[in-house]
Design a protein around this ligand. Structure first.
Ligand SMILES: Cc1cc2nc3c(=O)[nH]c(=O)nc-3n(C[C@H](O)[C@H](O)[C@H](O)COP(=O)(O)O)c2cc1C
Length: 162
């Protein structure tokens, strides 16, 4: 079973979470705002799709700080985790979608397996923490590239389903 957990300040990552849910056939009951639930909610799911927009300079969306602290204390071993989040390659190339890297690094030793890495080809900003060895650690959704986003999201959804 899949749960989708997002943090979103202006609604972009929330909208993406809903789009991903509908593309994956995940019920809207299983889409959670991290500002409104405890991290123990993840216990019932074997696949976690975690979304954060990026603020400051490559920082987490505000609601993620407490949630990520709590999440680190959960037993995530054996779970699959896929990351996504909105950012802006135009205004913030150096820290583009840095929140994905923050979550990835925080959960690297959790025993979970990360899925849904995205090839950097065609993405405008790759000199950012979220991009490692030619791949983004999750799905970057770029304010500056609406067309590219649609194609990348469709491919990413398929890779997460697989
Ligand atoms: C003050 C400020 C700082 C931002 N910092 C970053 C950043 O470091 N990296 C990035 O990719 N986007 C950055 N953004 C862009 C937002 O992440 C982007 O607009 C995103 O779509 C917001 O998603 P949300 O509505 O889900 O919060 C920043 C935006 C603002 C206004």
């Amino acid at each position: 079973m899949t749960g989708i957990f997002y943090g979103s300040t202006t609604g972009n990552t929330e909208a993406a979470a809903q789009e991903i849910a509908s593309a994956l056939g995940v019920s809207s009951d299983q889409v959670y705002n991290v500002g409104e639930v405890g991290a123990d909610t993840v216990a019932q799911f074997d696949t976690l799709i975690l979304g954060s927009s990026t603020w400051g300079c490559g920082d987490l969306q505000d609601d993620w700080y407490d949630f990520l602290d709590q999440l680190k204390a959960q037993d995530l071993s054996g779970k699959r985790i896929a990351l996504f989040g909105c950012g802006d390659s135009d205004g913030y190339a150096d820290t583009f979608c840095g929140a994905l890297a923050q979550i990835y690094d925080a959960l690297a030793d959790s025993g979970a397996t990360f899925v849904g890495q995205v090839d950097a080809a065609g993405i405008a900003a790759t000199d950012t923490e979220a991009c490692r060895d030619g791949k983004f650690v999750g799905l970057p959704i770029d304010d500056a590239d609406p067309e590219g986003n649609a194609a990348r999201m469709a491919a990413w959804v398929e890779s997460v389903k697989a």
